[in-house]
Structure formats: structure tokens, C-alpha cells
Design a protein around this ligand. Structure first.
Ligand code: ZN
Length: 146
């Protein structure tokens, strides 16, 4: 699966480029310790959102979700518990269709429950049918300010 490295700002949560030494949004100093393998989403046209009728505010929110396979929770966030999503495409559908359907369901779950993202994602075929996928991981919410 395609992933990119981004430096997630520990102060404001903004996803910066992998080589950024300072946050583009708030100016906080960043190091390799802030690097996360992020699944591209939202604005990445290779992962279109299908079947979701989103408002402008929801589209903006989508772009700020942190979605990563990493087990590490970025600073400033906390686990909100496990999440589970299934694709629901016809048997014999393409893997791409299953993947798009899965991600659409993930977005719907994160947006409707007001989560800020998902970490530690695992994606597996359901039973022997590789055209149907399930995804599980942990949802993120903001950590309380100390
Ligand atoms: Zn920042």
C-alpha cells in the first residue's frame, strides 16, 4: 500500500513534509522523531472518496485527518479506542473498488464520530475473498491539555 512520510507537528497536529524542520502552520521545531508513515488521503486523487456527500467543512476536516499504519500515537493525540470497518462490494469486484469502498467507510466513521484520525491500521482480506477487505485500528482524539 502506498504511504508517505510526513512530520506531524506535536504542537498543532499539522502534517508537514518529511524534510520540514519547522511547522508550516505554527513554527514549532520538528525532528525525525515527528515522522509518521501516513496513508495519503483527502486531497490525493489516487484515493477518491466515493459515495460520501460531504459539506465544504467536512472536506476540509478530511484533509486534516491523520491516517497511519504506525502504532505510535502522535504527540497531542490519544487513543479513543478500536475501530473496525468493512468494504461492502460485490464478490469479484476489483481490489481497487474494495479499497475505495473501505476508505470511504473509514472516512464516514471518522467524520461522524468526530475522530481526528486513525493509527495502527491493519487491512486484511475478509475470508478467502480478496475483493472484500476489512480494516481495524485505533481512533484518535485530542489529548487533554496538561
Ligand atoms: Zn504546528
Amino acid at each position: 500500500m502506498k504511504q508517505v512520510t510526513q512530520r506531524i507537528c506535536p504542537q498543532c497536529g499539522y502534517a508537514n513534509g518529511a524534510t520540514a524542520n519547522f511547522c508550516l502552520q505554527c513554527g514549532a521545531a520538528l525532528t525525525a522523531a515527528n515522522d509518521f508513515q501516513v496513508v495519503p488521503h483527502g486531497t490525493d486523487l489516487s484515493f477518491p472518496v466515493t459515495g460520501l456527500d460531504l459539506t465544504t467543512a467536512e472536506r476540509a476536516q478530511l484533509r486534516h485527518l491523520i491516517i497511519t499504519m504506525s502504532p505510535t500515537i502522535p504527540t497531542g493525540y490519544q487513543s479513543a479506542g478500536p475501530i473496525f470497518v468493512e468494504s461492502a462490494v460485490a464478490p469479484q469486484a476489483s481490489q481497487l473498488a474494495a479499497w475505495e469502498n473501505l476508505i470511504t467507510h473509514l472516512y464516514a466513521l471518522l467524520l461522524t464520530r468526530h475522530y481526528l484520525g486513525a493509527v495502527h491500521l491493519q487491512i486484511q482480506p475478509q475470508s478467502a475473498d480478496s475483493s472484500q477487505l476489512c480494516l481495524y485500528g485505533e481512533a484518535l482524539t485530542a489529548a487533554p491539555h496538561s
